[in-house]
Ligand binder design. Structure first.
Ligand code: CTP
Ligand code: MG
Length: 177
């Protein structure tokens, strides 16, 4: 197989649980906000009503389920031994999904601190917050190569943007980012 295509597939395989965990809250968000509606010392919301417990739980659950499917598929096709794919595990699935959700929460926290309203787009931060969170958490469990990192940082904003335009057109999101 062409080495660039292989690198692309290896990268997508690693990040898949995070790619699933990140958008699921948009369709499975609840009411109870993570910050319980409380304000930070600057008088602004800590996170705001867009970050809910149900959304976080749904995202982490969905991402972990995807990792479980990857464990089965990976074993069946010998993806690690034959193609050098990361050996998916439940732990790695939980880390990637939780990291994605936490990355989004952290970014939301900083958006509120600089006075951005809920849903207001902070260039590239909205596209990369969950990726950075997922990779940091995952690095506790696996080594991630530089080429894989490069692929993911280039690819993710593009995929994220296209997916959000789609979600906006379908009426799932109020803004196209
Ligand atoms: N959502 C959720 N729980 C999360 C993340 C998202 O319930 N942890 C749901 C909310 O219904 C939210 C929607 O998904 O309104 C869109 O998410 P996002 O665009 O990330 O949130 P915003 O409301 O735009 O918040 P922020 O400005 O803080 O990024
Ligand atoms: Mg965000």
């Amino acid at each position: 197989m062409n080495e660039y295509i292989l690198l692309l597939l290896q990268s997508l395989w690693l990040i898949l649980p995070a790619y699933v965990a990140n958008p699921v809250p948009v369709v499975a968000g609840g009411k109870a906000p993570v910050d319980f509606g409380r304000k930070f010392s600057d008088g602004r919301p800590i996170l705001g009503p867009g970050k809910t417990w149900k959304g976080c739980a749904a995202g982490i659950t969905a991402g972990t389920l995807v990792a479980c499917i990857q464990i089965l598929v990976g074993e069946h096709y010998g993806l690690s031994s034959q193609y050098g794919f990361v050996e998916m595990s439940v732990t790695l699935g939980v880390l990637l999904s939780t990291g994605a959700i936490v990355g989004d929460l952290v970014e939301s926290f900083f958006k509120r601190r600089i006075g951005f309203k809920r849903g207001q787009n902070l260039f590239l931060a909205d596209q990369l917050d969950f990726l950075i969170g997922a990779l940091l958490f995952a690095s506790l469990e696996v080594k991630i190569s530089i080429p894989v990192l490069i692929v993911l940082f280039v690819l993710t904003p593009t995929i994220h943007r296209l997916a959000n335009i789609f979600a906006y057109k379908r009426g799932l999101k109020s803004v196209p980012w």
